[in-house]
Design a binder for this molecule. Structure first.
Ligand SMILES: Cc1cc2nc3c(=O)[nH]c(=O)nc-3n(C[C@H](O)[C@H](O)[C@H](O)COP(=O)(O)OP(=O)(O)OC[C@H]3O[C@@H](n4cnc5c(N)ncnc54)[C@H](O)[C@@H]3O)c2cc1C
Length: 507
């Protein structure tokens, strides 16, 4: 049997797998993705993408192709209605009262609004353009791992079987995850929540989007469901009615939800969804990593964290795999993936239920900006993020706390501090005395002459002469609030520790 070799094998070509491939290829890591289907599912699921997801896409040059969410720039808004044409009642916020904050003061981006079946091809094309080998209609049949790598057996659409040998495997194979099952990794959480059905249709209903709402919770007493817009003329009606699938019945149900029957409705397809909530007990096993729904299912009916969390997993993992594969970091860096991402998934899981079921537990309800931009990573790739700190806060509360995403400050029109990060390790300071001290660190001096030094120091929590070390994923790894006596020694030992560098060269 033929054997193809690569550095990273990604199983699953959905949003998470394709994002993993894109972020790896962007870092010049050889990667093969296998997806058993020939293309994206004709029934899109996700449509709402967070500003953080858009920040990650901005970093790899894709955000220009992604439209902003239709509406008023506030992202996914929903309202309880009798029907679209009937009476409209109150808005149903995603957050607890008083916990919603304007999201985009903290970011150079906005919410992305694009149906999953349009987003996936963009990711696929960009990943391929950067060198990823994306193989559609190819199913992984099984895999084995040893001390040096993973060997997986594939079957292509012509029935030809072959092997792929890779250093690492990323399982982005969805919520049923055959890879997770094969590894015997259990999930913890609320579990099965119920089944939902949907009918996807095309109809000219743009007039109902004008007030900024994109999801309509239908409440007619004995009849209910949710009508949601995919922002491109397509809509879906989600319901739990056990009805026949013939066109007349589906059309009658749609007309009832719309509150009118004088509109052209083209039925595209139907869907049936199992809603589950759970987080894998571990996100890694040897050389295999779980990402996206394989690692956590976060129900869409309660927040829209699902795909966005998967894309963030992919981003967290990609720079670490790249660093280990090039030998810049020891394999121990990879243990920080589970340490950093599993608590985020667990927190999101708990917040989803807290937000909708009230504060019945001792978990505090966390506001939107903290959930979006303020997760704290605690791992060996961060110095100074102790157990006494809360799991998430807003960037204006953290003020550059190591373990959190480096804050956004506009440095010039269209240039954010976030644009300084992603390629490698970056030191942010106002003092040129830090420049050139340690190999592998790109020192960015934002001095008083820029007119931005005060703002940057305040956002990063630095005094004049201090410095923040930012990881290749834009998270703060370490900082010296004031200049230490020996800058080179302080920075060198911090970098060696957080990057798990086998040998650190100082110039
Ligand atoms: C109705 C609905 C609406 C949603 N809306 C939102 C939203 O607005 N925002 C949001 O963030 N999330 C939303 N979600 C959640 C989101 O859709 C999922 O979190 C996301 O699709 C997960 O992506 P993934 O790549 O991890 O998994 P998947 O999309 O499930 O992809 C896994 C892929 O792996 C492939 N695969 C599996 N096994 C193999 C194998 N052995 N070999 C080859 N290929 C294999 C599958 O074919 C599949 O394509 C929604 C979900 C639903 C159901």
């Amino acid at each position: 049997m033929r054997t193809d070799t690569t550095s990273v094998l990604v199983v699953g070509g959905g949003l998470t797998g394709l994002s993993t491939a894109l972020f790896l290829a962007w870092r010049d890591v050889p990667v093969i993705v296998v997806e058993r289907h020939p293309g994206s599912s004709p029934h899109p699921r996700a449509v709402g993408f967070t500003p953080r997801t858009m920040e990650l896409m901005r970093a790899v040059g894709l955000s220009g192709s992604l439209p902003e969410y239709k509406g008023d720039g506030k992202g996914v808004r929903r309202i309880r209605v009798e029907s679209l044409a009937g009476q409209w009642f109150e808005e149903q916020p995603w957050s607890a009262p008083g916990k919603a904050t304007p999201l985009f003061d903290y970011t150079p981006t906005r919410n992305g609004g694009l149906a999953q079946d349009r987003f996936e091809p963009l990711l696929r094309d960009k990943a391929r353009e950067l060198g990823a080998d994306v193989r559609m209609s190819t199913r992984m049949l099984g895999f084995e791992q040893d001390d040096d790598g993973v060997t997986a057996t594939m079957r292509d659409d012509e029935g030809v079987e072959y092997q792929v040998r890779a250093s690492y495997l990323v399982a982005a194979d969805g919520h049923r995850s055959p890879v997770r099952e094969a590894l015997g990794i259990e999930r913890v959480g609320k579990g099965f929540l119920g089944e939902s059905r949907s009918v996807l249709f095309r109809a000219p209903l743009e007039e109902y989007l004008e007030r900024g709402y994109v999801q309509f919770m239908i409440d007619q007493g004995d009849f209910g469901g949710a009508v949601m817009s995919y922002g491109d003329g397509r809509w879906a009606f989600f319901h739990r009615n056990e009805v026949d699938s013939d066109e007349d019945t589906l059309r009658a149900m749609i007309f009832r939800a719309l509150g009118r029957s004088d509109v052209d409705v083209e039925i595209i397809t139907e869907g049936r969804w199992q809603l589950t909530a759970g987080v894998a007990e571990r996100f890694a096993d040897g050389r295999v990593f779980l990402a996206g729904d394989a690692a956590h299912t976060l129900p869409p009916s309660r927040g829209g964290f699902g795909a966005n969390t998967g894309i963030e997993d992919a981003h967290n993992l990609a720079w670490k795999l790249a660093a280990v594969l090039t030998g810049a970091s020891a394999p121990s860096l990879l243990a920080t993936y589970d340490a950093e991402r599993r608590p985020v998934a667990k927190l999101r899981h708990d917040q989803i239920f807290l937000r909708t079921q009230g504060a019945a537990t001792d978990v505090e309800t966390i506001d939107d900006a903290a959930m979006e931009y303020g997760h704290l990573y605690r791992s060996s790739a961060v110095l100074g993020a102790g157990p006494e700190l809360p799991p998430a806060r807003r960037p204006d509360q953290w003020l550059g706390q190591p373990g959190t995403r480096a804050p956004h400050v506009w440095l010039a029109p269209e240039v954010s501090t976030l644009d300084l990060f992603q390629r490698g390790w970056v030191l942010v300071t106002d003092d040129p005395a830090w420049d050139g001290l340690v190999d592998g660190v790109d020192c960015r001096v934002i001095g008083n002459e820029t007119g931005k030094a005060d703002e940057v120091r305040a956002a990063f929590g630095l005094n004049p002469g201090g410095a923040s070390l930012v990881r290749p994923d834009g998270y703060i790894a370490w900082r010296a609030v004031d200049a230490p006596a020996d800058r080179r020694a302080a920075l060198g030992s911090a970098l060696a520790e957080v990057s798990a560098a086998p040998a650190l060269a100082t110039s």
